[in-house]
Design a protein around this ligand. Sequence first.
Ligand SMILES: [Fe+2]
Ligand SMILES: [Fe+2]
Length: 416
Amino acid sequence: MSDCSSSSNNNGYMRALVAACSLATACAFHSRTIPATTKVGTSALKVAVDPTVVTKKEFQDICGAEFDADSLQERLKATNLLYPKHVEVIEDIAPIAGAMVDEILLETGEKAWQPQDFLPDLSKEGWEDEVKEMRKMIAGVPDDVMVVLVGDMITEEALPTYQTLLNTFEGCDDPTGDTDSAWARWSRGWTSEENRHGDLLNKYLYLGGKCDMRNIEVTIQHLITNGFNPDARKDPYRGFVYTSFQERATKISHSNVGRLAGQYGDSKLRKICAQIAGDEGRHEKAYQTFCEEILKRDPDGLIMTFGDMMRGQIVMPAELMTDGKQQTLYDDFSAVAQNLGVYTAIDYADIIKHLVQRWDLENIEGLSSEAEKEREYICKLPERYRKLAERSMNKKKKVNEEDPKRSFSWIYGRSV
Ligand SMILES: [Fe+2]
Ligand SMILES: [Fe+2]
């Protein structure tokens, strides 16, 4: 840092401020080592300002109050909690979250799979042939499968929204952005794995040359701008029930798209989708384990939360997607996914069934009378949902037979 220090002189306050500003820019990307006693937030200024020329009051006027690293950590903790009991449980299972980071998330860096492992290396001889081969394979994939693949890719590309969401769950947040707690490490590790999904699918679609990438990019930008509210209400219980459900749903969707791509001769795309589905499968396991641990500590709490969420609809993360043109874009995309059997109302019912079995809700005992009633309601749901799903799918089938065409800007307005 020595080359960034301004020399001390007596021109005082203003020069120190200017130096501090340029120092912040010049040193912004330097690697850092933070000793335990570092004064967080004011270190850059302190290097620039000679303490002998600035009074304490002047210093605090510029920087505000200063805290050492420990007291800052303490102050960054949320105190006005909406769910203090839930946070207590979450803190109690932090070691399990830590274990999930080590056991469930894959190693980062060299050993982890990367999008490039599935793509032609454009810096190597012969890449043109590889791209040609790729384009030959994807050419056989019909437009309706392409539309679902594009919708899935757009959903993945809105990852900033999901990381933001994860950090709203009380007790699991990452208040500094590099917090060394188990939950913050989980949040960043999970995001780093998810980041590969949109990246790989996006590049594959780009090189495949069948889609209107600009309209797809417009949709991604709109989706991130619009955000997404799964009604988690900052509650970690609601958050983890949601992610338990959602990771399984994305696993199903990616595997089915991969299976269809394989059937139409694109073995590369089949492998890509299978790899991504594998990630979702590991994530699903982790989130369901978190809920299982919550159940052990607060069965009433989790069951009441699960029941309440089941009375509403579990919304998909891309429901606010738009390309600025097609009013019914999300509904059309979902309808195509449903027609192809990629993700259907039956899958929705089956996911509820899976969660009921995974958390052994049939056999859970010792509940309060209110929670016991809720447990009975939840356990009957999969069957009830399945019947409704079958009925609604039959109805949709009829509507689709009458009006089978939907056009998508993502594929140059072609209809599927
Ligand atoms: Fe994903
Ligand atoms: Fe995922």
